[in-house]
Design a protein around this ligand. Structure first.
Ligand SMILES: C[S@@+](CC[C@H](N)C(=O)[O-])C[C@H]1O[C@@H](n2cnc3c(N)ncnc32)[C@H](O)[C@@H]1O
Length: 396
């Protein structure tokens, strides 16, 4: 990460502007423990219309400024420029800097790679949707997209190199009906409309025999999958793991408004990379397909991330739990407080919260007692909303 080390500099006055970079505020770590730590500051910056924080560490002998991990923005050149501007603006006596090693990189082709905000706010299609979970090398997904040009495919993967490899093929083959997203399938379905999906493919998922809580299939996942499936839509598991197959058959048996079909060593027109591997080892391949026989209601997801209350920042922070607060399917953890010294009752509280599989880290910005999320609201997953409501309760 780009950073600059220096021995001394002039004090940064905020708000101020230099070279197109706005330095909005500076907040100092609030040391509430008996063991004094190094002093750390968070500097609120806006540059090229992006808002983020810089971290300034001061250990008496030297100081270091770098990007704050939680609020990182892309491309990295924006951060690099803000660091250089800070250093020049405050006339820092620089002893080390690596900011010139970070040059403008070409952004990867984004046309068919979307982030979760796109699916939350913008995604619309009149086409039938089909989803592949954990597409890996993408062989099956690419084949399906080519055979079904009228279907909008969504490919979910959490392994970045696989996504890049699949998107290269999308470009080479001139495919226009795949959108890929790097997101955990267990949390994604919440953002898809009811009765809009024809097929969900889960081919050779990791069986996670030792960590069953990491499996894609669970009662909650099946409930969401069934909701998004059209009448007669299918959720298709294909696996070489007898244990995983039995586990899924158990979950799928006797569901209201659903029926299952099971198969062994069924031939498909396309064999995925993993399928080839297991076939070479003469392993059995099991299929269990759920057919949805219901039309489900649209879910009305609450999206309110506001905090109506005003707080007395330091007094309230002292009453907050310092350990993770864990509930059934979500948690929250109040981390650190940073105080904006030249503005009354203002600062940042760092928080981590949401689902155990995909926690979110954010800062709450307290501006004269009013609370909001720095860099905007979190993604409205049900676990984020539940965690928000709990934090709202205690921030009083
Ligand atoms: C064993 S590979 C199978 C890949 C491919 N379907 C095939 O048959 O060759 C399982 C894939 O699922 C992905 N994966 C695992 N958990 C996931 C999750 N929760 N959401 C999305 N993808 C996931 C992994 O990154 C991996 O690429």
């Amino acid at each position: 990460m780009p950073h600059i080390v220096f021995s001394e500099n002039n004090k940064l006055i905020t708000p101020s502007n230099s070279d197109g970079v706005d330095f909005n505020f500076i907040a100092k770590s609030y040391n509430n423990s008996d063991k004094p730590r190094k002093i750390e500051y968070k500097i609120g910056v806006t540059s090229q219309n992006k808002e983020f924080l810089l971290t300034l560490k001061d250990n008496n002998e030297n100081k270091m400024i770098k990007a704050d991990k939680v609020t990182r923005v892309t491309p990295v050149t924006i951060v690099k420029d803000a660091l250089n501007t800070y250093s020049t603006f405050t006339e820092a006596k620089v002893t080390f800097s690596n900011t010139n090693n970070f040059n403008q990189k070409l952004e990867p082709q984004k046309e068919y790679l979307k982030d979760i905000n796109y699916f939350v706010d913008e995604f619309k299609t009149n086409k039938e949707i089909q989803i592949e979970i954990g597409f890996g090398s993408g062989r099956h997904l690419l084949y399906q997209a080519q055979c079904n040009p009228d279907v909008q495919f969504i490919g979910l993967e959490i392994h970045t190199p696989s996504i890049e490899q699949m998107l290269k093929q999308v470009k080479i083959l001139g495919i226009k009906n795949i959108l890929a997203i790097n997101y955990d399938a267990r949390l994604f379905m919440e953002f898809i409309k009811s009765n809009s999906v024809g097929k969900i493919f889960v081919h050779f998922p990791v069986p996670w025999d030792k960590k069953p809580h990491r499996r894609v299939y669970s009662n909650e996942f099946i409930f969401e999958a069934k909701r998004v499936l059209k009448y007669n839509g299918t959720l298709e598991l294909r696996t070489d793991s007898r244990k995983y197959f039995d586990f899924c058959v158990g979950l799928l048996t006797n569901l209201p408004n659903g029926r299952i079909e099971i198969d062994i060593n069924k031939n498909l027109p396309i064999s995925s990379k993993y399928e080839d591997r297991w076939k070479k080892q003469n392993k059995n391949i099991y299929d269990v397909t759920l057919y949805s026989n219901s039309n489900d209601d649209e879910i009305e997801q609450e999206k309110d991330f506001s905090f109506e209350q005003k707080i007395d920042l330091v007094a309230v922070f002292q009453t907050l739990p310092k350990k993770s607060q864990v509930f059934d399917d979500f948690f929250y953890h109040i981390e650190e407080l940073f105080i904006i010294e030249n503005k009354e009752n203002s600062g940042l509280i760092q928080v981590t919260f949401g689902s155990f599989n995909r926690p979110v880290s954010k800062y709450l910005l307290i501006d004269k007692g009013n609370i909001s999320y720095f860099q905007g609201e979190p993604i409205p997953t049900s676990s984020n909303i539940k965690a928000h409501n709990k934090m709202k309760e205690i921030l009083r």
